[in-house]
Design a protein around this ligand. Structure first.
Ligand SMILES: Nc1ncnc2c1ncn2[C@@H]1O[C@H](COP(=O)(O)OP(=O)(O)OP(=O)(O)O)[C@@H](O)[C@H]1O
Ligand SMILES: [Mg+2]
Length: 299
């Protein structure tokens, strides 16, 4: 399923003195199959945008929307037209899974099994049988790397931080969404926990999840993992391009208050010393190109 947004505007508290324009005529396309990154300064509209993708944010009725020719709002996720009130948002949510920032804060059931099962029952077309529920919950828990037998009857509140995060992700992937959207999935975890979450997302992407959209402040994470990245600023998309193009814009990104990956900092420092390294900003490629350079081969 392809994601297409055109002329998307969102104003919180519209018409009141507290109105905030969070999305400002934003346009962005995400192709099926991408591992897509969303970056931008605090308050640039990232969370607001991703909440549109599974219908948590809805557009006002078409009468209220601008209708001037050429700037009609388009918001299409696969076959779902999210500008229409009649769209089957429940069916959409089965196909577009959303993992919020600190998702573990939404764990609520007495056992991990019940928590993950809730994610399935909530969106199932019809009431699942006990066997079906057991099968899908077990699969989702095991996919996140948790041991089913030892956590199924545990209280989610007794798990470690990293395990809680996994349990919360299991409650979303239990419907096997085609698109998985995650708002800062690795935030607040230690380096090992971060790495494990990113590895999990790659595994899901390789196995069955067609498209992953991830909001992140961590540029190393973006450089290592994403096929393409959108840079949000004041509710607009400034760039959407592969990391190897984007992180060449070191000065522009830094002027926007954004960090750049460590590899981009190293490339800039080497370039200043007359040693340009043309890499894709992954550590692996940086090391490869630097070693090749050292050996006198071209970079
Ligand atoms: N519920 C809300 N009511 C009013 N204003 C809001 C609300 N949620 C967000 N905003 C405002 O909308 C703008 C965009 O917010 P949003 O949360 O989408 O940004 P963000 O890019 O996700 O930021 P962060 O990096 O801090 O998570 C900000 O100015 C924010 O203060
Ligand atoms: Mg946010």
């Amino acid at each position: 399923m392809r994601i297409v947004a055109e002329h998307l505007t969102h104003i919180y508290n519209e018409g009141s003195p507290f109105a905030v324009k969070a999305l400002d005529d934003l346009s962005l396309t995400i192709e099926e199959g991408e591992f897509f990154g969303v970056i931008g300064h605090t308050g640039s509209g990232k969370s607001t945008f991703v909440q549109y993708l599974n219908g948590l944010m809805r557009l006002p009725s078409s009468k209220k929307r601008r209708k001037k020719k050429g700037d009609r709002t388009v918001l299409q996720v696969g076959e779902f037209d999210l500008t229409r009130k009649k769209t089957d948002f429940r069916a959409l949510r089965r196909k577009v899974g959303m993992v919020f920032q600190y998702p573990e804060s939404q764990l609520f059931a007495e056992t991990v099994f019940e928590d993950v099962a809730f994610g399935y029952k909530n969106f199932a077309e019809k009431k699942p049988t006990a066997e079906e529920l057991e099968r899908v919950v077990r699969a989702a828990i095991e996919e996140t790397g948790l041991d089913y037998e030892s956590v199924r009857n545990a209280s989610p509140f007794d798990l470690s931080g990293g395990q809680k995060r996994r349990a919360a992700i299991a409650g979303v992937i239990v419907t096997r969404p085609e698109i998985l959207v995650l708002d800062e999935p690795a935030a607040g975890l230690d380096p090992l926990g971060k790495r494990e979450v990113m590895e999990l997302l790659h595994k899901l992407h390789g196995d069955w999840c067609k498209t992953v959209v991830v909001v992140s402040h961590d540029m190393d994470e973006i450089a290592e993992n994403c096929t393409r990245v959108a840079v949000f600023s004041d509710g607009k998309v400034l760039y959407s391009e592969p990391p190897r193009e984007l992180f060449k814009r070191a000065e522009t990104l830094q002027a926007l208050g954004l960090d750049i990956p460590l590899t981009a900092k190293l490339c800039a420092a080497l370039e200043k010393r007359g040693v340009p390294i043309d890499c894709d900003f992954t550590i692996e490629d940086f090391v490869k190109k630097t070693l090749a350079r050292k050996g006198g081969e071209s970079c």
